[in-house]
Design a protein around this ligand. Sequence first.
Ligand code: DP6
Length: 322
Amino acid sequence: MKATAIANSNIAFVKYWGKKDEFSNLPMNPSISMTLDENLSTKTTVEFSDKYEEDVLILNSEKYSDSKLVRVSNFLDKMRKLSGVIYHAKVVSENSFPTGTGIASSASGFAALAAASSKALGLNLSDKELSGLARQGSGSACRSVYGGFVVWDDEFSIQFKDELFWPELRDILVIVDKDEKKISSRDAMKHTVQTSSLYKKRLQALLDIIRRVKAAIGSKDFQSLAHEIMNESDSLHACIKDTVPKVEYLNEASYRIIELVKKLNSVSTIAAYTFDAGPNAHIITLEQYVPGIKKEMLKLFGVQLIESRPGRGIRYSEEHLL
Ligand code: DP6
């Protein structure tokens, strides 16, 4: 009972922030993302067997017995319940990007875990069902089931356009801080929903924003897309800062990147910045602008860049990690 799956990370243009249901990660709002490519992916092998006396988690060659294992074990419990299999499992997982880069891998991680564990258990699930399961591991993971541009609303995600639709689009991840985030998005979301007064306004505006982002992608209107992406990132981080006590994910380097993107856009819009729950920036741009943008970003002290195209959804491999 062993299977291996690979899933890529994704970057949200309109972000999921807030849960209607804490236990199953039902979101307060719809979100839309671009699935990234192999440069930001997770490969996971899961084996269920009576030879394991407890669940085992090996992540990037390191054995974990902390909260990461608890989260994986809780997810495996859901899979065991669904399949009727009671065995413990060994999970071996590797990221394609260097460890210690501070990149959150819960999206690619739980998408790969959902796919590998359901295949290992012989469950024949549709992508839709897989997205519903991956969501229960980590909300944003449900969008990584599909390639290209993906909308997540409530229980499931659906593909809006595939990865070949806009092949010139690029994401440049600018890593400015290699530490793991100090406040989990899970906790920060909760604080925002409970205490931010800006958050209510954000929720009211989001349906229109999703509509505009879909229209910009559908017509490959980069300028409009870039403006929507930056406004959305600003709006999210304004809400996060508006919490009591205040949370701030961006640091000085993040603000330097924002200023740099504004400068690069002074003649016409060639790039958009967006930030998740951390200081590292994602720069969305077009292929033709990548060399110039990278050159400018590398002038900032100590940054590391990972470039990515619109990427594929989950796939399976016979090259197991255990
Ligand atoms: C800012 O999916 O990591 O990246 O459901 O608690 O695991 P949990 O949260 P997670 O949150 C992602 C937040 C975000 C926005 C997004 O990707 O949509």
